[in-house]
Unconditional design. Sequence first.
Length: 259
Amino acid sequence: MASHGKDAGDSAEASLDKDRYDMSGDRHAFVLCVKKDRLGAEQDLAIVKGLLKEFNFVDRETCLDRTNKEIIQEVEKFRNWINKSSNVSCVFIFIMAHGKDGAIFGTDGGEGVNLEEIFKMFNNENCPQLQLKPKVFVIQACRGEDKDLGVRKAAGFRSFGGENDEETASVTLPIMTDTFTIYPALPGYVAYRYPDKGSVMIIKMDEVFRDFHSQLHLYDLFVKVNQRVTEDDMKLKSGKIVKTTLVLESTLTKALYLD
């Protein structure tokens, strides 16, 4: 009977391993922040640095106020370094800059840097060291110029809810897996930043991650961040109230816990 109990324990542990990313290795972060003409960027940077330290991430080098060309060079240098590392469990990439839909701007403006060019550097072909390991991209940048003024909740709206096969070895992987990308706004819309406090998304991240990191995995943490972001009424200089929502794009294959 004792052996049966041991088998059950082993089975449960194996199931946990299958459903949860192994975070026992090194956690690395790349932080890009364009502070030029972005009041509140210093506050964002301080919050991000604090979160990375709290969750045992190593920030190799913070890239500040780089041109478009330099941004690509710095990201590529980081990717190359990751490929030479032997004990990486996870990578977080924070990009805080001005932007438009699909691109971010360095200090020299111009056409900017296509985000797909950055994402592609970390796919399963170009960054084999991160195959089957989580790659998280947090993008704090505008995605256009539209402003969301909100809509009234429909009257009488009723909310519903509130109350194995054997694993086989895979010889191939899709070109991109195990990524999680977070945007601060819908495509075409602006992202909001308080000059004295920092960006709305980064502020809410700080609150939620510190309060719920031991209870929720990463995706659910950002769902809760989004809950708080969407509840926030932001006032423009004109007095108009504006709203925003995060956009979460995931190819994660397991739950990612930061503890």
